[in-house]
Design a protein around this ligand. Structure first.
Ligand SMILES: Cc1ncc(COP(=O)(O)O)c(C=O)c1O
Length: 345
């Protein structure tokens, strides 16, 4: 049976070039600063994002956590969207491990936070009742908001707002290269206003493990300390970083294929009875749709699709997510649509 795995872009397996690079990687004890492959990846990532320095971490979750731990103290407040991965899916790590208080604002459907609502949420620093507003965090692309990319204009306005109010800006750029490719802009332009950012090598870029945190040298020094305390300092980790280098060198431009396939999938699903596809201003690799008919819910439809080799994730009673990725071809998308059509007919 043909398997079309649309559960996530995290299901991607390392390419042959990655496996070769991993086997041949020069390594050393990275905690002692001896791993040349990790250093190369960190320098390459920082240069690509237009930042001074980089730090290789185990995951996107760790990247977000160490970025916040490095920049916020106990009782500081972080302004965050109610749909943000950092808020919804990371066990409240900022609060659990950092004593950081989340100030939650509603995400707009396109993944942005309303700038006026941010300003209204900033605390009066002279009033001892309040936590101290310290940092704003946004996600680009925004996973739960349809995979929408936040524009360069929005990031600029947000950066300006943050600076005017003495706040830091963190960017959860797990899929920042998807945003740059979809918007047709240099990724540096999306990163420019962020004091800290993290991006994932192990999603659409298909590396098996890892994310890179980027920012100024002093910030990265603090993030390195934070990585140590959460047990994320690793030794001969160049064997993994080597795949990350290949990911950055070879896998970024091809994300456009995933976006095109997602567009075809969304258009095909939109024609089916009992399905409502969620609109996005700019499509990346993520498609959300809802099952509207009374006799079937999201779990039932994904179970039926699964029986025919089409894998998607139910993320609500009626909401389903499909994510295109390196292993899914245009042909696979057509096959998945044929299966959807047959089940919903
Ligand atoms: C937007 C976003 N941020 C962070 C993460 C966390 O990445 P990881 O699974 O590597 O911890 C994810 C994972 O899906 C994500 O979608």
């Amino acid at each position: 049976m043909r398997i079309v795995d649309l559960r996530s872009d995290t299901i991607t397996k390392p390419t042959s070039a990655m496996r070769r690079a991993m086997a041949e990687a020069e390594v050393g004890d990275d905690v002692l600063g001896d791993d040349p492959t990790v250093k190369r990846l960190e320098e390459m990532a920082a240069a690509r994002l237009g930042k001074e320095a980089g730090l290789f971490v185990a995951s996107g979750t760790m990247g977000n956590l160490v970025s916040l731990l490095a920049q916020c103290g106990r009782g500081d407040e972080v302004i965050v969207g109610d749909q943000a991965h950092t808020y919804v899916y990371e066990q409240g790590g900022m609060a659990a491990l950092g004593g950081i208080h989340p100030r939650v604002l509603r995400n707009q459907p396109d993944g942005t936070l309303d700038l006026d609502e941010i300003v209204a949420a900033i605390r009066d620093p002279h009033n001892p009742h309040f936590p101290k507003s310290r940092l704003i965090t946004v996600e680009n692309t925004h996973n739960r908001c349809g995979g929408s990319p936040l524009s360069v204009d929005y990031m600029r306005s947000l950066g300006k707002l943050a600076r005017e109010h003495g706040l830091l800006l963190h960017l959860d750029g797990a899929r920042i290269f998807n945003a740059a490719i979809a918007l047709g802009v240099d990724v540096k332009a999306l990163a420019a206003d962020a004091d800290s950012l993290t991006f994932c090598l192990s999603k659409g870029l298909a590396a098996p493990v890892g994310s890179v945190v980027c920012g100024s040298k002093p910030f990265i020094a603090e993030a390195r300390r934070a990585r140590k305390v959460v047990g994320g300092a690793m030794r001969q980790v160049g064997v993994i970083a080597a795949a990350g280098i290949v990911a950055l060198e070879q896998m970024v431009e091809r994300l456009a294929e995933d976006h095109a396939n997602a567009g075809i999938l969304a258009a095909g699903l939109a024609e089916l009875p009992g399905i409502r596809v969620e609109d996005v201003p700019v499509r990346t690799d993520i498609v959300y749709f809802n099952v509207t008919r009374a006799d079937m819910d999201a779990a039932q439809l994904t179970a039926r699709l699964g029986e025919h080799g089409v894998r998607m994730l139910p993320l609500g009673p009626r909401r389903i997510r499909a994510v295109t990725n390196y292993h899914v071809t245009a042909d696979d998308i057509e096959a998945a649509l044929v299966t959807c059509r047959a089940i919903l007919a």
